[in-house]
Write a protein that binds this ligand. Structure first.
Ligand SMILES: Nc1ncnc2c1ncn2[C@@H]1O[C@H](COP(=O)(O)OP(=O)(O)O)[C@@H](O)[C@H]1O
Ligand SMILES: [Mg+2]
Length: 299
């Protein structure tokens, strides 16, 4: 049985705009899939359809349960972290999670709620009103809220937007742990790093259509050939000819070198040392997901 079946799903808004056009893919139990697409591609429309919030044409099944004909059973298998932050502003963190457990008929959920809150670093906020939480805290509460009933299928719609680096790493670890425990995960994101670290399958969507389904390695290999920019700040030393050839920009003491492959990074580091260049600061920027995506699209 599939963890998620999307069978020829289309979504038309206001009888005219086709946001999803015959989307068709299946996830096996234990998959960790990145759903990639630029803004407006249809990611949230698809997730809303899976969650039974959107009407749609076609068929969606969650662990065999049909979303259209058996929504209650389907939703028990599913936890969604939505893109939009929305809470009852009059509840505390604890009340929000107890209430959510009740919606799924889960009783005596105290221990799991406390673990979730600890993992999301919200212990101090247990009795705080949701109104008083920062954007990042609200995002973490949404993750906890989606997991109160330990759903086998977890869908996260850009969960790390507005979450600071430290917490983002914690969140990744937690999601990874859930994956190791056997949960199937579908994640939408703009961050290549996130996809590289976490996902093993990639689905790309553009203008409501699936344009690619591939393993992560295949996607990364598409990134080969896109430039890597290596910035070096130095006030002492002279670049040798081999490094000078790579310079594409110079601003005050900051030189930007353009590299073709990640292997060249090591070569540049070695050369800098050999040339006796005193590096005050450096920065490496790899191709962005957007660049790879556009390359994939052939734009
Ligand atoms: N409720 C709605 N009514 C009309 N159009 C919508 C609605 N929700 C989304 N859309 C449109 O559908 C397209 C896909 O949106 P969305 O699914 O939010 O994309 P993504 O999540 O990939 O950014 C966009 O062009 C968006 O403007
Ligand atoms: Mg979206």
């Amino acid at each position: 049985m599939y963890a998620l079946e999307i069978n020829h799903v289309s979504k038309i808004y206001n009888n005219k705009f086709k946001a999803l056009d015959d989307v068709d893919f299946q996830l096996n139990p234990g998959d960790f899939v990145g759903l990639l697409g630029i803004n407006g591609a249809g990611k949230t429309s698809l997730i809303s359809s899976i969650a039974g919030i959107n009407s749609f044409k076609g068929q969606i099944k969650i662990l065999g349960q049909d979303v259209l004909s058996n929504l209650v059973a389907a939703k028990k298998q599913l936890g969604v972290v939505p893109q939009e932050l929305a809470f009852d502003p009059f509840l505390t963190v604890r009340q929000t999670l107890v209430f959510q457990s009740g919606l799924y008929g889960v009783k005596n959920n105290q221990a799991w709620i406390e673990e979730l809150v600890a993992r999301m670093h919200l212990e101090d906020k247990m009795d705080a009103n949701t109104r008083s939480l920062s954007g990042g805290m609200k995002r973490r509460l949404m993750v906890a809220q989606a997991l109160v009933h330990k759903p086998p299928l977890i869908i996260l719609d850009e969960p790390t937007v507005g979450v600071d680096v430290e917490i983002r790493k914690n969140l990744w670890e937690f999601i990874q742990e859930l994956h190791t425990q056997g949960h199937t995960i579908l994640l939408t994101t703009h961050y290549l790093e996130e996809v590289e670290k976490l996902c093993n399958q990639i689905i790309m969507i553009d203008k409501g259509k699936i344009i690619a389904k591939s393993s992560k390695d295949e996607l990364i290999s598409k990134a080969n050939g896109l430039p890597i920019f290596f910035e070096v700040e130095t006030t002492a030393g002279l670049f040798s000819e081999s490094l000078r050839q790579l310079i594409v920009n110079k601003e005050l003491n900051k030189y930007t070198l353009q590299l073709k492959t990640s292997e060249e990074i090591m070569l540049v580091l070695t050369q800098l040392q050999q040339d006796g260049i005193k590096v005050e600061n450096m920065n490496i920027s790899r191709p962005k997901l957007e660049d790879i995506f556009l390359k994939y699209l052939g734009r």
